[in-house]
Design a protein around this ligand. Structure first.
Ligand code: SF4
Length: 507
């Protein structure tokens, strides 16, 4: 067990996540003790400990004075206008600098203890490209950006280059959209043929819900019609039907859903319309033909692995054969933009399994490939705790092999995100052929456009025209409006789901 004690709450997030990234399977306890002298104390199982006091990070803090230093007469002295080295430092800025300095010192200590650097260094957020994109947009050069990431955040050269490449590609793809004025539409189908044991989405087996699917679709239709009305003459840039597995719906249900979307929204300027078919065992010719009757441009057929033993182990209940069949059928029916998802680090898999999976995927040659790493908390559920060291090396190899395979197929990285507690601090990367990238994936990550979402568990993100202040005084320009996850509640509370969105829309 690792014990952490922080003087202030603000240190807890970074300290916990950096420690967890170095020791993914170690239990961590954490407390905040404002009375303790040091900013952070950390005790490792072997007896080694880390402790840092404020004086020890003084060199890493900005040299200046806090804003509004009291002048002794009830007012305050401003020091702005002096040299940069002695400028006003806001409390928030100083707080951020302290956090950064503590995290850097902790990183150095844990690196020394383990001898193994983290690929993304001290970057703990799920969207590293957001930071890189800001730098690209401010005109910084490749060298300046990668150098900064290496020096400030200890990101490896390889990942810094990957982040830069992805950010540039994202920027280029987003430049094709009217991202501020437009919006994207997400539609959630929360049913799957069976629930995979590592699933992190809210999905339910279709068999259990068979009798309620119609009621669900009625509620969904009501929500889509309401969103359509609220959108006025705005047209979606992208549409994404995900879940769950949308193709668990019958062909006539898919047809009806797609008809409603066409009726409610102007799709004449929509650059991408994805249906995540997902599980190969849910795909039939009739269903694919239903998709073809509507302006669907992109589908996903997700094997996750081409190893039958693993598919059986994680409860996916489909065969490798079905992946081939579904893929060839979709190609035959004219789908020219097919994505496939893989997961690195599935239970029982070693690098050799991924190598074999990749060689099979290469033969299929999808238009895009998304490679996820299994989040460590899920790996733990599969009894992989003892595999920490192996797992790190194995996943690292799998991720590298997948990147090499994607490049060999002519697919370049175009979006990237990280999950919390992802095994070995790795990332999920989408690779695609030029013009076959999933733009919706970028939008959801970069938060550059309003995403209106319908369905149980769907999360609407509304970009505000003007930033607002929360009750806690924080300035925000993005509001999340979540639909309830529970399917029964979603059906019975549909009017409330609609109303909640309306409160914020086009604010
Ligand atoms: S197919 Fe996807 S959404 Fe459905 S249970 Fe499996 S992982 Fe979850």
């Amino acid at each position: 067990m690792i014990e952490i004690a922080c003087k202030k709450n603000k240190f807890t997030y970074n300290v916990y996540h950096i420690t967890k990234a170095f020791f993914p399977n170690e239990e961590i306890t954490q407390k905040v003790d404002e009375k303790q002298e040091s900013l952070v104390e950390l005790y490792l199982p072997g007896g080694s400990c880390f402790s840092i006091a404020r004086e020890e990070i003084a060199d890493e803090l900005p040299h200046g004075l806090p804003q509004g230093i009291p002048d002794g007469r009830g007012g305050s002295v401003s020091v702005s206008g002096k040299a940069e080295a002695f400028r006003n430092i806001s409390e928030e800025e100083m707080g951020q600098a302290e956090k950064r300095a503590v995290t850097r010192q902790l990183y150095r200590y844990l690196l020394k203890e383990t001898g193994r650097p983290l690929a993304w260094g001290t970057l703990t957020g799920v969207r590293p490209t957001k930071l890189i994109m800001q730098m690209v947009e401010s005109g910084k050069t490749r060298e300046e950006i990668t150098g900064f990431l290496e020096k400030e955040y200890f990101v490896t050269r390889e990942k810094a280059e990957l982040g830069y490449e992805v950010a540039c590609r994202e920027k280029e793809l987003l430049s094709r959209l009217r991202h501020k004025g437009g919006f994207s539409l997400y539609v959630g189908i929360p049913f799957c043929p069976s629930v995979c044991s590592y699933c992190s989405f809210s999905s339910s087996p279709i068999d259990v819900w068979k009798d309620r699917v119609e009621s669900y679709l009625e509620a969904l239709e009501k929500e889509l019609r309401a969103i359509g009305e609220m959108s006025g003459d705005r047209a979606p840039d992208t549409v994404y039907i995900g879940g769950g597995t949308p193709t668990t719906l019958e062909a006539h249900q898919l047809d009806r859903l797609l008809t409603v979307i066409e009726e409610c929204f102007d799709l004449s300027r929509t650059v991408e319309f994805t249906v995540e078919a997902g599980r190969p065992d849910s795909i039939t010719e009739e269903k694919l033909l239903a998709l073809r009757r509507h302006p669907v441009t992109r589908i996903s057929i997700n094997p996750q692995t081409m190893q039958q033993k693993t598919l059986d182990l994680v409860g996916r209940r489909h065969t490798v054969e079905q992946v081939y069949d579904a893929f060839y059928l979709a190609r035959k029916l004219g789908f020219d933009n097919i994505n496939m998802d893989l997961i690195a680090g599935l239970p029982g898999e070693a690098a050799a399994d991924m190598e074999d999976t990749l060689s099979q995927i290469e033969k299929l040659h999808p238009d895009s490939l998304t490679v996820h790493s299994l989040a460590i908390k899920r790996a733990a559920r599969f009894g992989q705790e003892g595999r920490t060291t192996d797992l790190h090396t194995e996943i690292s190899q799998m991720v590298d092999d997948a990147a090499a395979c994607a490049r060999k197929m002519g697919l370049a990285p175009y979006y990237l995100y990280r999950q919390k507690n992802i095994a070995g601090n790795f990332e999920n990367v989408g690779y695609a052929e030029l013009d076959k990238a999933g733009i919706y994936n970028i939008l959801i990550m970069e938060e550059k456009q309003t995403i209106l979402a319908a369905g149980a568990g769907a999360s609407t993100k509304i970009l505000l025209r003007e930033p607002i202040r929360t009750e806690k005084g924080k300035e925000i320009d993005l509001v999340h409006v979540e639909n309830v996850k529970n399917i029964t509640e979603y059906i019975s509370r549909i009017d409330e789901m609609i109303e909640r969105k309306g409160e914020w829309l086009w604010h």
